[in-house]
Design a protein around this ligand. Sequence first.
Ligand code: T46
Length: 134
Amino acid sequence: PKGSVRMIDLPQVHDPRGDLTFVEGGNHLPFDIARVYYLYNVPVDSERGGHAHRDLEQVVFALSGSFRMKIDDGNTKSEYWLRDPRKGLYISRMVWREMDAFSQGAVCMVLASHRYDEADYFRDYESFLTHARA
Ligand code: T46
């Protein structure tokens, strides 16, 4: 399926000992994983994101708890509530994202297509819009 933002369902191995989910770069995701990072100890009133990326693709998971992702591709705005560790939000390049409404103890894991590069960020909304609509 195409689209700049969509949910990706990962396999779940259900077991009385506990559930197991796995993810393979290039198989369950449309890119190879170059970086993993996670957010934790997030205050419930925290707001994160507020940027877009020139080239980076990512998949965002709530491993524990929940939070909201507000998405804007320059034309259309949408929002997603992440709360299931099996379901990740795929975000392509050139998508503005904001995160808030973190539950107490929420853990957010992100799988990314590239290493960290500050030059890849649009941190200014107006310049993002100009490029997104060009
Ligand atoms: C995104 C959301 C979901 C690094 O040094 N390496 C890294 O891999 C990352 C992600 C960040 N940093 C540094 C850069 C900043 O000095 O950590 C600091 C906080 O980063 P930022 O303000 O970008 O964090 P968030 O939570 O607003 O955004 C991050 C990602 O940057 C972003 O791509 O989609 O998580």
